[in-house]
Design a protein around this ligand. Structure first.
Ligand code: PEP
Ligand code: MG
Length: 747
């Protein structure tokens, strides 16, 4: 960089620092800053545009454009050159603005006189705050050094905005982090919660973005990076021989920590007048902006690594951000970009709700949140940049909506809703011990789905009559390495102890598809849901299957045991697995272990093919459980993980119900017990129709047992069957409207 620009830039930042220290109010300060920048860059125009709402930019100060246009000229995201800079997060530098793509003429500003245009985004850690523009009459392209210098200034403006330096009248100058916001995301665990923000990774505030002595700042940066490197090396040393994935992440950390490019860019920022921490944050902001544009998952991960590393560096430089000694606020609602299952389990039930900027419906954190019954909303854009520790927040896990710093009217409506839910819960508690018998005398068995130790207390307080599906893979998924057999024995023992004389159906390891074990070699497959998963993996990796079967037999230690194999597509797969069970029993007997009192071995029906297996299969199997989540995705050829299609087909579609009825008939012929354990079993209307089709055991999330039982107790299955038959006869696609109407008439 040319020395001249460097000195100029430092001078400008020095003057900006004086501005920060001055008494001036928001508008006055902005006016003086535009003047300073225009003067320093020798451009006729300098303007600052800030967001007045999520989508609208407002001209907030200008040197050189018509002063009457201030707070009048507005543009939407993407509109005109300024809107283009804001939307793309990228610099626009052109000597001939009127001919540039997207140029929009704004007569009130008088800007037609200016030919060259340089606009840079004002953004802080992924949060878009505005656009800084310089323009000049002569048709020149601003030099790379000038662009760079303006980016540095934009960074300082972003820090000043964060610190409240421009607060004044009007929406565009309103303080950050104080407005009420409603943000939408994806519902991942139902329930509602009111509480206060707890940032999993507290935000570091840079109070000194500009520094006087670049030598000192460079030293500070070098020392901090050295401390960081030593820390990463130490972590690597500790992790040697351990989890491969973690090692890879640490190797990537080390690579970045030693990256000359990263260091050089930060040193250049410092040379222009930024403090060490502001330089780190500037590079971090730019990496985050890139992260928004990169779609390749590997590159996104690496950018996320760089982001984590920058956070560590910022914490070293500022001494802020450690959570040690800081108390959780009352009713904490955890806010994070993402969180691992281990961290989440550590917080445990102290959390009232969780809001993630990323995350996904099938992620491990979601599994844990479900087990702990903590309302969770995922994919909530901007939440980590908008929320501050302690902010009042409402989380609606049913709708996937979050209200940050809500208005009083929103709070009272929300509280009414929570009160109604609490009333319903009371009603469910009053029928907890009541056996589920419909009005026409059909006894329905309501059991629960589980998978973590955290689920077990629900066995008592939900009224579940047993565990219809224990997803054993969850114990494997939340760990960094393959559990040992002895650990599994201890876990399964605890499950059986907690269940007492209630039946527990242990499903063997169901991995593959969306459930990837971090420590198992990942096989890239074109269609993982149709790929190497569940029993297919078990039969190909007999060692793991045997180890788990042994652990189950030993945990039972003379008690009754129920084992279920997932994703059986044809009878022979079940036969082979059963053969493996028999072999394991023989081995256990030889070793002198006590065998289970009784043993049932069942199969999950999750592919349509198994419904058409020879009748002999239904004679052989001890029981069948319909895995409705998978069965439905294959029946309708609609990916259960794909938001574009996953809600497209109704479970109450006549074809699907007819198919279920067919499975019931096949099991009836052989007197084979049949249950249904997909998510639909926990939805009252769906559960009612499944029962009407002849299913007598429904396995669901514990929280669904009350609502499902309440509907079944009032239902007459014969009538529902007739409603369904009539709707089918009329040629309707779904029986939902007819069943809903019947339910409404029942009151
Ligand atoms: C199912 O597919 O319905 C099921 C219960 O299994 P999972 O959701 O674990 O795939
Ligand atoms: Mg399944």
């Amino acid at each position: 960089m040319a020395d001249g620009t460097e000195t100029e830039s430092r001078k400008l930042l020095g003057r900006l620092r004086e501005e920060m220290a001055s008494e001036a109010a928001g508008q006055e300060r902005l006016d003086r800053i535009t003047h300073l920048i225009a003067d320093s860059i020798r451009a006729e125009v300098c303007s600052i545009y800030l967001f007045r709402d999520e989508d609208t930019l407002e001209l907030c100060a200008t040197e050189g454009l018509a002063p009457e246009a201030v707070h009048k000229t507005r543009m939407r995201m993407g509109e005109g050159l300024v809107g283009r800079v804001a939307q793309s997060g990228k610099v626009v530098n052109t000597p001939d603005a009127p001919s540039a793509k997207g140029f929009r003429y704004m007569p009130e500003t008088g800007e037609e006189r200016f030919s060259s245009f340089l606009g840079v985004p004002v953004q802080r850690l992924g949060q878009k705050l505005g656009v800084l523009v310089v323009q000049s009459r002569d048709a020149r392209k601003f030099s790379a050094d000038e662009v760079y210098a303006l980016e540095v200034v934009a960074m300082v403006l972003a820090e000043m905005a964060e610190l409240g330096a421009f607060v004044g009248e009007g929406a565009a100058l309103s303080p950050l982090h104080q407005q009420s916001l409603q943000l939408s995301g994806g519902p991942a665990q139902e329930g509602s919660a009111e509480g206060h923000v707890w940032l999993h990774e507290p935000r570091v505030v840079v109070t000194n973005p500009i520094a006087e002595d670049p030598h000192r700042e460079r030293e500070r940066l070098t020392e901090a990076v050295e401390e960081l490197r030593v820390g990463v090396d130490k972590m690597l040393e500790i992790s040697q021989g351990g989890d491969k994935e973690q090692l890879q992440v640490l190797e990537a950390y080390r690579m970045f920590a030693n990256s000359k490019g990263w260091m050089r860019r930060m040193e250049e920022d410092i040379a222009l007048g930024l403090s060490a921490e502001a330089a780190v944050e500037k590079e971090q902001s730019q990496a985050r902006a890139r992260m928004g544009q990169v779609t390749d998952p590997y590159l996104r991960e690496r950018l996320a690594d760089l982001d984590d590393l920058s956070n560590r560096l910022l914490r070293i430089l500022t001494g802020q951000g450690g959570t040690n000694g800081v108390d959780l606020p009352p009713d904490p609602i955890l806010i994070a970009r993402n969180i691992g299952p281990g961290d989440l389990l550590e917080y445990g039930r102290s959390l009232k709700g969780i809001v993630l900027e990323e995350g996904s419906v099938g992620s491990h954190a979601t599994i844990v949140a479900r087990a702990l019954a903590i309302p969770l909303v995922v994919h909530v854009g901007r939440i980590t940049t908008e929320a501050l520790n302690g902010d009042h927040i409402l989380v609606d896990g049913n709708e996937g909506v979050v209200h940050l710093r809500p208005e009083d009217t929103v709070v009272s409506a929300f509280r009414d809703k929570i009160a109604m839910q609490a009333k319903a819960q009371e009603r469910y508690a009053s029928i907890r011990e009541t056996p589920t018998v419909t009005r026409d005398g059909e006894r329905i068995n309501l059991v629960m789905n589980a998978g973590l130790m955290a689920d077990l207390p629900s066995l008592g307080n939900s009224g579940a009559e047993g565990v219809g599906l224990f997803r054993t893979e969850l114990q494997f998924l939340i760990r960094n390495q393959m559990p040992k057999r002895s650990e599994l024995v201890a876990q399964y023992q605890r499950v059986l102890d907690a269940a007492g004389d209630k039946r527990v159906v242990f499903r063997t390891l169901d991995i593959g598809s969306d459930k990837v074990l971090p420590y198992m070699k990942h096989v890239a497959e074109p269609n993982p849901a149709l790929g190497w998963r569940a029993i297919r993996v078990g039969l190909d990796k007999r060692g793991v299957m045997r180890m788990q079967l042994q652990a189950l037999l030993r945990a039972a230690n003379g008690r009754p045991l129920t084992i279920m194999f997932p994703f059986v597509a044809q009878a022979d797969e079940f036969r082979e697995a059963r053969w493996e069970v028999n072999k394991t029993i023989e081995r256990e007997k030889r070793l002198g272990h006590v065998l289970p009192e009784t043993l049932e071995v069942g199969a999950m029906l999750e592919t349509p093919s198994l419904a058409f297996a020879p009748q002999k299969f239904f004679d052989e199997v001890d029981f069948v459980s319909i895995g409705g989540n998978d069965l439905k995705q294959f029946f309708f050829a609609a990916d259960r993980e794909n938001e574009l299609v996953r809600r497209r087909y109704d479970t109450l579609n006549v074809s699907f119900l007819t198919f279920i009825e067919r499975i019931v008939e096949r099991c009836d012929i052989s007197n084979t017990p049949l249950s249904f354990c997909g998510e639909d079993a926990g939805r009252p209307v769906e559960a009612l129709c499944l029962a009407a089709m002849g299913i007598r055991t429904l396995s669901m999330r514990p929280a669904s047992i009350g609502p499902v039982k309440s509907v079944l107790l009032r239902a007459d299955l014969q009538s529902v069957r007739k409603i369904i038959a009539d709707a089918r006869h009329r040629g309707e696609q779904s029986v939902r409207p007819a069943v809903m109407e019947w339910l409404r008439n029942q009151g």
